[in-house]
Design a binder for this molecule. Structure first.
Ligand SMILES: NC(=O)c1ccc[n+]([C@@H]2O[C@H](COP(=O)([O-])OP(=O)(O)OC[C@H]3O[C@@H](n4cnc5c(N)ncnc54)[C@H](O)[C@@H]3O)[C@@H](O)[C@H]2O)c1
Length: 400
């Protein structure tokens, strides 16, 4: 208390002018190394602040506060997630040779690495976020993807016809008259879905033939959960893999995942245009019908989680895709790294808005996980994050 204040009544001294604890004591008490960083923004008088690189920008934003700090933290967590290395494959006992490994130049398996589960909502594939996701799959930076139905079909549709920038303000009735559909400030012509139908129906026909041949060949065992990725019984992930193979287009996320053997799980496969196509197909194929088995897929994704040496989540948006990854990670007592990027709020009790701390209570994320939620539109932050982490051009410094 300064001498200037010695005439102030004691009650005021105690209640208002009370002395502060040392910020480092709080840092140690909470065990959070970010507490106590001095709040500072970018110093634009410095030459290095002109036309900044993503890595420098994100690093500088870490000390800005609010979501800028969460963005900086997310990049640190992603770098930790992708640079963890465990034991050499060859040194592991037979029963522990599971999960994700780095691949040596000669094609053999090297050290254990984090299995990265990524989820995204449908609108993100409709947006230009698609190209960022394609890059992640093209380089095999992620191991497993969960999408909603729109996130599957819109990827294929974009190979057949473009999506356009529109405006949030365009009137629904006016667009309806013109056969144009709006997703936020983007426009997708109805014709795109007609092209999708023309493209997918012959594939559905062929998959039905293959299914019936499989049934005839295997008889009573036709429904056994054999997980040959190319053969019936079909599951959502095998169905999506087949679409990726058939589209055969480098710009497609599904194609890159097919090429790199990254499974895309979609437990809500029928909730979109694909569902419409499958519905129409039942009339065409009657009395036969395509069958898609969800149980084999839940076994597949949960097994991936259980086998992972370390598990990381990068969840873009909320809803089904967020929960499906979290639930899979419950099978291994929680993820070791968790990044949520979404606009959801928790006050309504929704899973979409639930913070990572709620997932910890369920055992879906570990208490000691490295984690952060960014409250933001994914389109704003994901390109920055990927530029500053996966695509920063720097050699990874491994840690164990
Ligand atoms: N293009 C499309 O959006 C499209 C197309 C066809 C079908 N559908 C179907 O609509 C249903 C609902 O779609 P969904 O499950 O993909 O997600 P959704 O659009 O319902 O979003 C779920 C939650 O994710 C968060 N979120 C969404 N977009 C975000 C963004 N840009 N940035 C940050 N957070 C964001 C929000 O919290 C939101 O409540 C699905 O079954 C899907 O198949 C969507």
């Amino acid at each position: 208390m300064s001498a200037k204040n010695d005439k102030i009544p004691d009650a005021l001294k105690e209640n208002i002018l009370m002395e502060s604890a040392d910020i480092n004591d709080l840092k140690n008490e909470i065990n959070n190394e970010d507490i106590g960083i001095e709040i500072k923004g970018i110093d634009y008088t410095k030459e290095e602040s002109i036309d900044m690189k993503a890595t420098d920008l994100v690093k500088a934003m870490k000390s800005m506060g609010f979501q800028a700090s969460n963005l900086g933290k997310a990049c640190e967590v992603i770098d930790k997630m992708r640079s963890w290395r465990g034991e050499e494959y060859k040194d592991l006992p037979e029963d522990q040779r599971k999960g994700s490994f780095e691949i040596n130049e000669d094609g053999s398996k090297g050290r254990q690495r984090t299995t990265i589960f990524m989820g995204y909502t449908s609108n993100l594939i409709s947006s230009g976020t698609r190209e960022t996701l394609v890059e992640l799959a093209r380089n095999k930076y992620v191991d497993c993807i969960v999408a909603s139905a729109g996130g599957v079909e819109e990827d294929i549709i974009k190979c057949l016809a473009p999506t356009f920038l529109g405006d949030f303000e365009l009137k629904g009735a006016m667009l309806r008259e013109k056969g144009l559909n709006r997703i936020g400030n983007m426009i997708i012509p109805n014709d795109n879905y007609c092209k999708f139908e023309d493209w997918i129906v012959p594939i559905l026909d062929q998959m039905l033939i293959e299914q019936e041949e499989h049934v005839a060949k295997t008889g009573a065992e036709c429904n056994d959960a054999v997980f040959d990725k190319e053969l019936p019984p079909w599951t959502p992930s095998k169905f999506i893999r087949r679409l990726g193979k058939e589209i055969n287009d480098e710009s497609s996320l599904l194609y890159q995942c097919y090429k790199n053997d990254i499974p895309i799980f979609c437990p809500g496969l029928t909730d979109g245009s694909i569902g419409d196509m499958l519905f129409f197909h039942t009339f065409k194929s009657s009395p036969q019908q395509l069958r898609i088995d969800l149980v084999s897929d839940i076994r597949a994704i949960n097994s991936m989680s259980m086998e992972s040496s370390k598990a990381g989540m990068i969840i873009l948006g909320g809803g089904l895709i967020k929960h499906h990854i979290n639930n899979a990670c419950l099978m291994r007592n929680g993820a070791d790294f968790a990044i949520y990027i979404n606009t959801g709020q928790e006050f309504d009790g929704s899973d979409a808005g639930a913070r990572i701390d709620e997932a910890i209570s369920w055992g879906k994320v570990r208490e000691d996980a490295m984690k952060v939620k960014i409250y933001s539109d994914v389109t704003l932050v994901l390109p920055l994050i990927v530029a500053a982490t996966f695509k920063n051009g720097k050699k990874l410094e491994y840690w164990k």
